[in-house]
Every structure is written in C-alpha cells, then in structure tokens.
Design a protein. Structure first.
Length: 171
C-alpha cells in the first residue's frame, strides 16, 4: 500500500502507542488545541496488518507529524523490544520524507504533567478526560497490579505523548 500524503494546512499530530495486540492513537490539532480523533487498532506485527492499520490512520487524518514512544528510553524490560519490533513492522510508513517522526520519552510525559500534580498513568488519564470530555466514556477504572491494562489506556498514553512532544518539538 502506498501512502498518499497531502499536507494539512493546520499543525496536526498523530500519536501512536503500540501494544502487544495493536496500537492506540490520538490526533490533535493546535492553534487552537483540539482532539480530532482517537481509537485503537488491532493488528499483528508478524504480518503486514500493522503497516496497513498505520497507513489507514495516516491517510484518514493526514498528520503533519507522527509521534512515537522512544523505545530506547523505556523503563520496562519488555516494552523496549516490543516497541522496536512494532516500529520495524511499520518502517515503510515511517520513511515518508514529508512526515517527520517525533520520539517521546517517558520523562517528557512526566515533565509535561508534573505542574498538574499528576504522577500516575491513571491520574494522567483522568486529567486528560477532564481536558477532553469526549474521552470520559473510555476512561478505564483504576486497575490493581494483578489486572491487565485496558486497551483504552493506550489512547490516553498516546494523547499524553502528543501533548508532551508538542512542548518539546520545533514543529
């Protein structure tokens, strides 16, 4: 599948948060700041479904930049290799010369949300649900350590990365 990219007149960030089952995404525009789209996609890194799913989101939202987690800065022993494998599986989508790829570290996200006094993933998600009321219906309950993370949390993770990257980028 060839990516047909048409530059958007407004700055638009597409942030992707890869998970083992696929990815969550959030799309923001700014000046003024607004949430354009969000969701999750189920795909498999072992075939072309990851690339196809990412390409569909890229074509639908026509972002001016793509935000990805920095796999080199992850503090989880399994997250780094999983992110690297996902990025490798969508490499074709990332080679567009007109679409910059911005990396976001966990430290950038923590730094962005520190002034709000939020320090946990759930607190960040709750803060985002207040700022973007359209996300309130997908805000997962606080989980216990023994529970798996809800898929919708990847939407909040991707939105947090987009906002934090926007603070640090020169777009």
């Amino acid at each position: 599948m060839t990516l047909e990219y048409v530059e958007n007149p407004t700055e638009r960030l597409l942030s992707i948060d890869p998970m083992t089952w696929g990815f969550g995404y959030a799309v923001i525009e700014y000046e003024p700041l607004r949430l354009v789209g969000w969701g999750t996609k189920t795909c498999n890194r072992k075939n072309d479904s990851s690339l196809l799913a990412v390409n569909r989101v890229l074509i639908e939202y026509q972002p001016t930049a793509l935000v990805m987690p920095d796999w080199r800065e992850t503090d989880h022993e399994f997250r780094g290799p999983a992110l690297e494998a996902f990025i490798e599986s969508i490499g074709e989508a990332l080679t567009s010369p007109t679409l910059p790829v911005l990396l976001c570290t966990p430290d950038q996200v923590r730094e962005h949300f520190a002034p709000r006094g939020v320090t946990t993933k759930h607190a960040v998600a709750s803060s985002l649900a207040v700022e973007f009321p359209e996300l309130r219906t997908i805000l997962p309950n606080r989980r216990r350590n023994s529970q798996a993370e809800r898929a919708s949390m990847s939407v909040f993770d991707s939105l947090a990365a987009a906002l934090a990257t926007r603070d640090h980028s020169q777009i």
